[in-house]
Design a protein around this ligand. Structure first.
Ligand code: NAD
Length: 415
């Protein structure tokens, strides 16, 4: 039986604990979410029928500050997945040194099957349902899979109507016209590719060489990852999404693929390319593999076929613990999600600061601060990995759990 995302999280914690001096009760606390809200939303469809929609908001840990994390719309969302994603947010915020704990939301729906009106009613109902469970100093949601600035705009508008006043920092990832930060939509991929991959390649002695890359997922994160790989000089030779994949050893031009995806909704069918499956994509002879779709895609079953030197996890939880063990044995470096994709939450934090102060920054200021944060966190983790001879994920968890527990000790156990 493959492990659930939450079981994978527990195993990742256990793999870090031997390298930490922490009291077992704090480890037990980190292994449980503090509170989880479950909602059943009756959604009025355009044809007059009503569908019952399940949704959750998980608050994993808030020792370092208010809960923070995205909201995912997906037909396969479960409570277990939402709780795991919230736990990974606790680790991620601590790795990168943000004043936040970890949260995540999930709505079990198929957004592509909903009309715009249905999507708006569902989004507003979810925002109303969690309104007593969030706020600028309590829990600040943001976008994730299948949610975007428009959904954040409906969330914010609903919340502000519930509380009867403006509250610009209650949600992040908003449209720039409503107080969103410049640079937020590209931040996850920019942080992961331009800054974290750059530093990784330098440390591995690969910087400046002709390198190739394969990319899974071509949504918000994957498409901009393609753009930034090109900017970094990497040739993206394989891309796959939920509908299929494409391969061309000469590499793909970002603008042309993006235009095709805008028209067709998928990379599949892109001209001048060989069709490939997602499994074939993982086995391509490339230098860098970037999973940027969903969790649990690199497993014991397919990790043995991976030829890349580096796996840069832009998705959350794409590698199972068993899959990672195979990659580590083969000498493949896994740059973990909690570091690689932290750029999104870093710029979300910048948006939260800008909303609270009313002092809005230029895109150059945002990108410069993002670079500083990501580069510093990378080197902290890299040093710890080298000194202790552990994986980058273990190093990230050691750093993060150490920070969270340090705050928990000051707070004490109450209640
Ligand atoms: P998105 O909805 O914009 O795109 C998801 C992409 O994954 C699409 O191209 C889709 O076709 C593809 N996909 C879905 N199921 C697939 C499958 N079974 N096989 C192959 N491809 C599949 O989502 P996104 O915002 O780009 O998020 C992608 C990943 O990055 C998620 O794991 C998310 O949690 C993570 N992430 C997102 C952000 C953010 O700021 N949006 C931040 C950090 C991490």
């Amino acid at each position: 039986m493959p492990k659930s995302p939450y079981e994978a999280f527990l195993e990742q914690v256990d793999e870090a604990v031997p390298y930490l001096k922490v009291e077992p009760e704090y480890v037990d606390m980190i292994k449980e979410p503090k509170e989880v809200l479950e909602l059943t939303i009756p959604l009025r469809m355009d044809d007059g029928s009503v569908q019952m929609i399940k949704a959750w908001r998980s608050h994993h840990n808030n020792a370092l500050g208010p809960y923070k994390g995205g909201v995912r719309y997906h037909p396969d969302v479960t409570r277990d997945e939402v709780v795991a994603l919230s736990a990974w947010m606790t680790i991620k915020c601590a790795v990168i040194g943000l004043p936040y704990g970890g949260a995540k939301g999930g709505v079990r729906c198929t957004p592509s099957a909903l009309s715009r009106g249905e999507l708006e009613r569902l989004s507003r109902a979810y925002a109303l349902g969690i309104s007593r469970f969030m706020g600028t100093d309590y829990d600040i949601p943001a976008p994730d899979v299948n949610t975007n600035p428009q959904v954040m705009a409906w969330f914010t508008d609903t919340y502000e109507k519930v509380i009867g006043r403006g509250e610009p920092s209650a949600y992040t990832g908003k449209p720039v016209e409503m107080g969103g930060s410049l640079g937020r939509s590209t931040a996850t991929s920019r942080g992961g590719v331009l800054y974290i991959l750059r530093e990784t390649l330098k440390e591995m002695g690969l910087w400046g060489k002709d390198l190739t890359c394969a990319l899974q997922g071509y949504g918000n994160v994957g498409s901009f990852a393609h753009m930034f790989c090109s900017e970094l000089g990497l040739k993206v030779v394989g891309i796959a999404d939920v509908e299929g994949g494409i391969y061309n050893p000469k590499g793909f031009d970002y603008a042309s693929v993006k235009e095709h995806v805008m028209k067709r909704g998928t990379v599949a069918g892109f001209p001048d390319a060989e069709p490939i499956s997602n499994e074939d994509l993982f086995a391509l002879d490339v230098d860098v593999l970037i999973p940027a779709a969903l969790e649990g895609v690199i497993t014991e079953a397919n990790a043995g076929k991976i030829k890349a030197k580096v796996v840069l996890e832009l998705a959350n939880g794409p590698t199972t613990p068993e899959g990672e063990a195979v990659l580590t044995d083969k000498g493949i470096l896994v740059v973990p999600d909690v570091l690689a994709n932290a750029g999104g939450v870093v710029v979300s934090c910048f948006e939260w600061i800008q909303g609270r102060t009313g002092d809005y920054w230029t895109e150059e200021q945002v990108n410069k601060k993002l670079d500083e944060r990501m580069t510093q966190a990378f080197h902290e983790i890299w040093r710890l990995k080298k000194e202790t001879d552990i994986t980058m994920r273990q190093a990230a968890y050691v750093r993060a759990i150490g920070r969270v527990v340090a705050a928990m000790r000051f707070r004490g156990i109450w209640p």
